[in-house]
Design a protein around this ligand. Structure first.
Ligand code: NAD
Length: 248
């Protein structure tokens, strides 16, 4: 049990990488608060976890991550329920594929608001709690596009470059408070959207990946477990690629 007794918050925990991370944390002995965007999806995720194991110590909330007051109050609910917060995983995120000439500023702002501003808001709130507790771990979901960019939807890689910048900067700022800050940069991961792609679309992508498969959400979750655990106690400011050595 790598996370025995730890209390974790996972944003975007209702499906995909976030859900796999919630499950992996629970399996490793953590108590978890999963955050989702809507009450209904949070309820479905909790029911699914309950079917896996009725004893999992897990709660679900749906604060607006872009509203500092709602985030503060949600974190307080977690502290009231579990006593403290040791680990925050900033995982909620959206992607966009618009070409620059069709890209409007509202869409660009929307992606920056969730993928960057919400990470700042949640990290600030968590860091304040963790500093008072004597330490903690903040983890961010970046992306392989934060290394290479992508040929359309410039807002998405821009947001993930910003996540890397925040990760490295907060690691340097918060180290003295015993707060470690790291990110995982997934490659192509088999979430619902990727799983639904037809063979003729996915196979050419797989052919370019040295490990010759797309990643599973559990591959990313395992990296989060390691980085959240005391096994990574001297690791901070790192962007860990989990991408099968995908090059672009
Ligand atoms: P997903 O769409 O399956 O899940 C996204 C999660 O974010 C959901 O739980 C959803 O509720 C939450 N979310 C979306 N909009 C929200 C909002 N406005 N407020 C609060 N929560 C919101 O996606 P995923 O593929 O599991 O992605 C999770 C993270 O991984 C994202 O940050 C994404 O950028 C990153 N990522 C995914 C891949 C991939 O191939 N799937 C690759 C690299 C990085």
């Amino acid at each position: 049990m790598l996370l025995e007794g730890k209390i974790a918050v996972v944003t975007g925990g209702t499906r995909g990488i976030g859900y796999a991370t919630v499950k992996a944390f629970l399996e490793q002995g953590a108590k978890v608060a999963l955050f989702g965007s809507r009450e209904e999806t949070v309820k479905i995720a909790l029911e699914k976890l309950n079917e896996e194991n009725a004893d999992y110590p897990v709660i679900g909330l749906h604060p607006n991550l872009m509203d500092p007051q709602e985030v503060k109050s949600a974190f307080q609910t977690v502290v009231d329920e579990f006593g403290r917060i040791d680990i925050l995983v900033n995982n909620a995120g959206i992607s966009q594929r618009d070409k620059i000439f069709d890209y409007n500023i509202e869409d660009f702002e929307m992606i920056m608001n969730l993928n960057v501003n919400a990470v700042f808001i949640c990290s600030k709130e968590a860091a304040s709690l963790m500093k008072n507790q004597g330490g903690g771990v903040i983890l961010n979901t970046s992306s392989m596009v934060s290394l290479y960019g992508q040929p359309a939807g410039a807002g998405y890689p821009t947001s993930k470059f910003a996540v890397n910048g925040m990760t490295k900067s907060l690691a340097r700022e918060l180290g003295k408070d015993h707060i470690r800050v790291n990110a995982v940069a997934p490659g192509v991961i088999k979430t619902d959207m990727v799983a639904a792609l037809p063979d003729e679309v996915i196979q050419p992508i797989i052919n370019t990946i040295p490990l010759r498969r797309v990643g599973e959400p559990e591959d990313v979750a395992n990296a989060f477990v390691f980085l959240a655990s005391d096994m990574a106690s001297y690791i901070t400011g790192v962007i860990l690629s989990v991408d099968g050595a995908t090059m672009s």
